[in-house]
Design a binder for this molecule. Structure first.
Ligand code: ZN
Length: 182
């Protein structure tokens, strides 16, 4: 049988298998919705197809699973990462010892794709907020979302600043010789 899934579909499929309880993305959506924020999901026209898009805030929110996106694992900087010499297992992303190279390659590729998506978005004037799965545990979610809210407010301010016309200046007029009328 041939595999007809795109890598992305397969990824999503596997994320479903591995996720326990409420999907992290859903937790963020619920919080935002109940606090009056309105958003769109997986907007295709926005580069990287972010999980949550708040157009008014010109903000894309990515809710990343800690394992798949390698939270706290800094391997892309290390040339020896593939040989397993410089891998740091973080508290929330433990790379299995079995098939280690496979997982390292996979997670590193995801990290690189993430960085590329963020870069393209930022170049197009979007603000990025990344929320990690581990930051949405019951004892952390309020604190995390409070931070998200602060970032959103900042982003909204900068959107307004960009669109506010430059105030009318009277400077030039005052330079004109008033005596011209006489
Ligand atoms: Zn994490």
């Amino acid at each position: 049988m041939t595999d007809t899934m795109t890598p992305e579909q397969r990824h999503r499929c596997m994320s479903h298998i591995h996720s326990k309880g409420t999907k992290p993305e859903l937790k963020v959506r619920r919080w935002l919705w109940s606090h009056g924020y309105r958003y769109r999901l997986n907007v295709r026209s926005v580069p990287g197809k972010p999980d949550i898009v708040l157009r008014t805030y010109r903000t894309a929110i990515f809710v990343n699973g800690c394992f798949w996106h390698g939270h706290g694992v800094r391997m892309s900087e290390c040339r020896n990462a593939l040989r397993g010499e410089c891998i740091e297992n973080s508290a929330c992303c433990k790379i299995p010892n079995t098939n280690r190279e496979f997982w390292i390659t996979k997670i590193r590729r995801n990290q690189e794709r993430d960085q590329e998506n963020y870069r393209v978005l930022q170049e197009n004037g979007w603000h990025i907020i990344v929320v990690w799965e581990c930051q949405l545990k019951p004892d952390r979610i309020e604190h995390t979302m409070h931070d998200v809210e602060l970032l959103l407010n900042d982003n909204l301010l900068s959107v307004y600043r960009q669109h506010t016309p430059v105030p009318y200046s009277t400077e030039k007029e005052s330079v004109l010789p008033m005596a011209a009328e006489s």
